[in-house]
Each structure stands twice: as structure tokens, then as C-alpha cells.
Design a protein around this ligand. Structure first.
Ligand code: AMP
Length: 247
């Protein structure tokens, strides 16, 4: 079906997601609609990118609400496969990513996460055959993985990276924000405040000082990679990531 669309000379814009959609996801959909003839969104909570002990079971799912949002945005196709359609239960071909992509950031804290991302993206790209794929800057390290994947495996796909959509207080929108109490949402605003201070001063330490003022925030890492300050932190059980371009 999708190859047919491409044969007919129409361009396919593809937005892969794990659902529980919010305005951040919808900004990718809007960009795809503005640049492509046909927009495809996938919703798939990919088990191979979750390690044991991660929040795979608890990951928020809200397919009826998601469908409404996608219909309202006039998305052409929703790809919503079962896990068994994507993986048959047997050991599947897996990925090894280059060290320079996984020696920093989230990777040491989530071993095999980006390998799972690469695996599912390769499968989705082959199924959907998009001309352009839309990813959020929010998952900065993921965009680097997808960029390398498309180059190394010769996918003829244009990667488009879209800006982070934030709540009014600066908190980056995330499906996992649903699990924050209203008090913890306020606490979480410290993450963007810290990144903003680091952007302004050029100092990670100044940013870390801001976070240290919030005892409820357990910082996993706060580092600068290629001119992007990025961090991950837990508030209770909820793991959040964010970044800002500093150079
Ligand atoms: P997810 O459903 O969390 O896997 O996200 C699907 C896509 O939406 C990824 O490319 C994310 O980077 C992107 N995304 C998630 N949150 C935001 C946000 N706040 N602003 C922009 N893009 C986002």
C-alpha cells in the first residue's frame, strides 16, 4: 500500500510514536502535513527498547484519545501493530551501535535501549517506506541514532528534527508527565531552569546547583555533547529527559 503511494509520486511523511499523544507529537504531525502529501503516524510501545525494570508495562496508553487527535489532525494512516505482528517471539536480528553514539547520555543508564530504537526504526522504515521521517529534538540522542541508521543502512529517507514543545512553565512535554502529581510537575520545571542557566552561563555546575535545590529530583546525568546540554532525572518513579542547544 505504502509503496504504491510512493509509486504514484506522492511523498510520505512518517511520525513514529509510542502513543499517549500530546502537543509535542502533534507538532511533528503538523510539520509532516506541511511538507508531505501523505502523513502516516505509528503508535507502538516497542518492547525491545525497554530493559527489565523499565516502565514497559506502566507506559501510558490511550489509543481512543490518540485516534481522536489524529483524526482531527487529518492524518491519513495510523499504523498500530500488535507486538506479535512486529516480533514473532523468536530471537530477532539485532543491532550494534557505534561506541561514539552510546558512550554518553542516556545509553549507559539504559543499556540496549538505543539498539532497540534502531531495530524498531529499521522495521518501521521498511514497512512505511517514508520519504521524510519526523523526530523531536526532545530525544536528541535518538535523533543521532536515527541519523546514523539511515546513513549506515542506506535508507533513502530525509530526517527532520523538530523543536521541543514545552508546557507554559518550561517543562518539556512528555507522555510520562501524566504520572507526575501537580506538585511534582512544578518540581520538574527545575530541569528546564537548570538547562537555561547552563545555556546562559556556559557552565554545567551553575545548572547543577539549581537542580540540587530540589531534593525530590534525582539527577542521572547532566552533560554537554556537541553543543547540546542534556540531562535525565527521576522524580519519584518518573524518568524525564530534556536538553537545550548551548552553542
Ligand atoms: P515518543 O512517543 O515519546 O516515543 O515520542 C515520539 C516522537 O515525538 C519522538 O520523535 C519524540 O522526540 C517526539 N516528542 C516527544 N515529546 C516531544 C516534545 N515535547 N516536543 C517535540 N517532540 C516531542
Amino acid at each position: 500500500m505504502m509503496s504504491l503511494i510512493r509509486c504514484q509520486g506522492q511523498t510520505i511523511g512518517f511520525v513514529p510514536t509510542m502513543g499517549s499523544l500530546h502537543a509535542g507529537h502533534m507538532s511533528l504531525v503538523e510539520a509532516a502535513a506541511a511538507e508531505c502529501d501523505v502523513v502516516v503516524v505509528s503508535i507502538f510501545v516497542n518492547p525491545t527498547q525497554f530493559a527489565d525494570g523499565d516502565d514497559l508495562e506502566k507506559y501510558p496508553r490511550d489509543i481512543e484519545q490518540d485516534k481522536l487527535l489524529l483524526e482531527r489532525a487529518s492524518v491519513d494512516y495510523l499504523f498500530y501493530p500488535e507486538v506479535s505482528e512486529m516480533y514473532d517471539g523468536a530471537d530477532a536480528t539485532a543491532f550494534r551501535l557505534p561506541e561514539d553514539l552510546i558512550s554518553w547520555g542516556c545509553a549507559p543508564f539504559r543499556p540496549s535501549h538505543f539498539e532497540g530504537v534502531a531495530q524498531v526504526c529499521a522495521k518501521l522504515f521498511n514497512i512505511i517506506t517514508p520519504n521524510k521521517v519526523y523526530f523531536g529534538q526532545k530525544d536528541y540522542q535518538q535523533t543521532l541514532v536515527v541519523d546514523r541508521l539511515t546513513q549506515d543502512l542506506n535508507f533513502d529517507i530525509d530526517l527532520r528534527v523538530m523543536p521541543i514543545v514545552r508546557e507554559r512553565g518550561g517543562l518539556a512535554m512528555s507522555s510520562r508527565n501524566k504520572y507526575l502529581s501537580s506538585e511534582d510537575r512544578n518540581v520538574a520545571e527545575v530541569l528546564y531552569q537548570a538547562l537555561s542557566v547552563t545555556k546562559k552561563t556556559g557552565s554545567l555546575e551553575e545548572g547543577e546547583k539549581i537542580i540540587a535545590q530540589e531534593p525530590k529530583v534525582q539527577l542521572e546525568y547532566f552533560e554537554i555533547h556537541d553543543g547540546v546540554a542534556l540531562l535525565a532525572a527521576k522524580i519519584g518513579d518518573v524518568r524525564l529527559i530534556d536538553n537545550v542547544v548551548v552553542e
